[in-house]
Design a binder for this molecule. Sequence first.
Ligand code: COA
Length: 168
Amino acid sequence: MSKPHWRPAHASDLPAISAIAARIHPDLPESPEVLAEKMRLYPDGCRVLVVGDEIAGYGLSHPWKQHRIPPLDGLLERLPEDADCLYIHDVAVLAESRGGVLRAYIADIEPLARASGLATLALVSVYATQPLWQRLGFRPVTADADLRAKLASYGEGATYMLRDLAAT
Ligand SMILES: CC(C)(COP(=O)(O)OP(=O)(O)OC[C@H]1O[C@@H](n2cnc3c(N)ncnc32)[C@H](O)[C@@H]1OP(=O)(O)O)[C@@H](O)C(=O)NCCC(=O)NCCS
C-alpha cells in the first residue's frame, strides 16, 4: 500500500470527510454544509489524507482573524478581507493512519500561509491535544471573557493557540 499522503480535497470527498468527522468528533457535530463551505471558500487549505484507495483523514484551514473563533457548526459566510492568521479548523485522521501525518499537514499549509501574507497559524485545541500542538510550535493564549465564551462550545479544556511563523 502506498504511503499516506495529503492531497487537495475535492467536493466529491465530502461524504468521506463527513463520515470521518462523525466518527472522530461525535460530541462536536458539524453539518456537511459547514464543512463544504470551508472547501468552497478556501480550497487551498482543505486536504484529505489518502491511504491506498481510501481517505483516512482530512485537514481544513482558512484565513481568519487572530483571537476570533468561528462558531462550531456555523457558516463563515465570507473570509475576512483583513485576515491575519491561517485558522486550522480541524485535522482528524483515523487511528490506524496516525503517526507523522499532522506534522506533514502543517508542513503543507505553512508555505500557503506565508504566500498569502499570513504570519500566524491559529487553532482551538480540543481533547487535551495541547501538548501535541505545543510540540508543533503552538503556544496557548490566555483567553479574555469573549474568547472564553466562544471556546465553551468546543467542550471543556478547549484552548486557543497560536504559532508565529515569522519566528520559526
Ligand atoms: C491530531 C491527530 C491528527 C494527530 O495525528 P498524528 O499523525 O498522530 O500526529 P503527528 O504524529 O504528526 O504528531 C505531531 C507531533 O506531536 C507529537 N505528539 C503526538 N501525541 C502527543 C501527545 N499526546 N503529547 C505530546 N506530543 C504528542 C508527535 O510525536 C509529533 O511530534 P514529532 O514529529 O516531533 O515526533 C490525530 O491524533 C487525530 O486525528 N486525533 C483526533 C482528532 C483531533 O484531536 N484533532 C485535533 C483537534 S484540535
